[in-house]
Ligand binder design. Sequence first.
Ligand SMILES: *[C@@H]1O[C@H](CO)[C@@H](O)[C@H](O)[C@H]1NC(C)=O
Ligand SMILES: *[C@@H]1O[C@H](CO)[C@@H](O)[C@H](O)[C@H]1NC(C)=O
Ligand SMILES: *[C@@H]1O[C@H](CO)[C@@H](O)[C@H](O)[C@H]1NC(C)=O
Ligand SMILES: *[C@@H]1O[C@H](CO)[C@@H](O)[C@H](O)[C@H]1NC(C)=O
Ligand SMILES: *[C@@H]1O[C@H](CO)[C@@H](O)[C@H](O)[C@H]1NC(C)=O
Length: 380
Amino acid sequence: MPGLLAYVSILCTIAASSNAQHPHFHQWNHYGPPGAVSSSSTALTAPTSTPSIAVAELDSSPNASPVAASSASSSTSSTAVASTGSSTGTDGSSGATASSSITPNGIKAGVAGFPDIVNTNKAALDQYAPYISWYSDYWPNTTDFTSGTKTVKGIGMLWGDGDLNETDPTAPIGTAAADDKNRYAAYTDLPASPAPDYMMGFYEPDWPAPYSSNMNAPTAATAWKATLDKLGNTLVGSPSMATQMDETWLTPFMEALGVTEPPWDYTCIHTNKNTSDGVKADVGYYWTKYGKPVWVSEFACVNDESWTMCDQDTVNTFIPEVVDFFEKNASVIAYGYSNGAGLGSVWPLIDSTTGNLTSSGNCYLDVLQGKVSSGQACTN
Ligand SMILES: *[C@@H]1O[C@H](CO)[C@@H](O)[C@H](O)[C@H]1NC(C)=O
Ligand SMILES: *[C@@H]1O[C@H](CO)[C@@H](O)[C@H](O)[C@H]1NC(C)=O
Ligand SMILES: *[C@@H]1O[C@H](CO)[C@@H](O)[C@H](O)[C@H]1NC(C)=O
Ligand SMILES: *[C@@H]1O[C@H](CO)[C@@H](O)[C@H](O)[C@H]1NC(C)=O
Ligand SMILES: *[C@@H]1O[C@H](CO)[C@@H](O)[C@H](O)[C@H]1NC(C)=O
């Protein structure tokens, strides 16, 4: 279809020049960069809390209130999460040198993007359970799971506004619109008490459906006011951006909310980079610009210009390096290995045929167990 090919070609040209892409582009490469984002505003809305203050609070008083509790936000509470005060307990997690009161149970590591895995392949998650504190599944009502004596927290997310914005008639929407609707309903059905400890904001509203929630900033702001803004004793995460450090969405979002300080407690970010330097640049961007602790709610090894996934050799050195960075960097309060769509055959943690951990899955496990360190390569 020449028409479609021309469309792909134009979008790829835009993609190559914008350097603001996403793994789903790799799989569904007829998607262009988000037309939704009108970046008329180039001025930053500088957060009034500076990173250095936030670091000092996080580092010096691990049992104190989350950083945002001292801001104007009324949606936070210091009582929501009790810190263990230590990130290197008896859990066996290695190398953890910094955490905050936001870090679930004092352990930063997690796994992200596992719909229904607790029912379909809990055995795989059990292998990580001693070393992680959290997992996510795109739903707001994610359940905790127990593995032996360990409880791993299910971290909920309000994925979209329940009314999926389908702008591309050729997009394979599949169940995405129904999922969005059902997830929103599950959110509104959550019991008022007890409030969840955590809730993450919208999933990549800066990117087209079906694998991202595709909302313009004013629409998302209206949905935020009706939902996440009203949460009481819950630590709320920002909307996550597909466009990584090239995002132009969160500032218009804050403007639409009429706030000058981020109204979330931690900034949820997705990093799709092929080097630890690229990952550091993403973290640094959000930390500097929004001044909130960073929850890396998804990371993957991707060349984000060509949208090719890293090969196994690259993955084998990438994982130890980035985990070391996440553990040591006090701006990062949690991180999760992404198991989302469009990530090729090397990166996913679990072999979809056998249900066993892949080489990459074993690499992440080895690193979390302290068997492989930064500067070394996984061998399996
Ligand atoms: C979340 O809510 C949906 C819709 O009610 C339900 O189908 C699903 O089983 C729930 N998930 C969990 C983990 O309870
Ligand atoms: C829907 O998505 C399109 C393209 O991404 C965007 O231009 C439009 O503003 C969005 N509409 C809403 C209601 O979010
Ligand atoms: C964490 O890393 C980023 C990127 O290198 C940096 O900007 C930030 O200052 C670091 N945080 C701390 C507390 O050192
Ligand atoms: C890594 O990704 C960058 C784009 O972020 C790309 O320019 C570079 O060629 C990639 N490196 C490798 C080895 O694929
Ligand atoms: C999956 O792992 C189990 C346990 O380690 C092993 O016995 C089995 O052979 C593996 N299956 C495949 C297909 O690799």
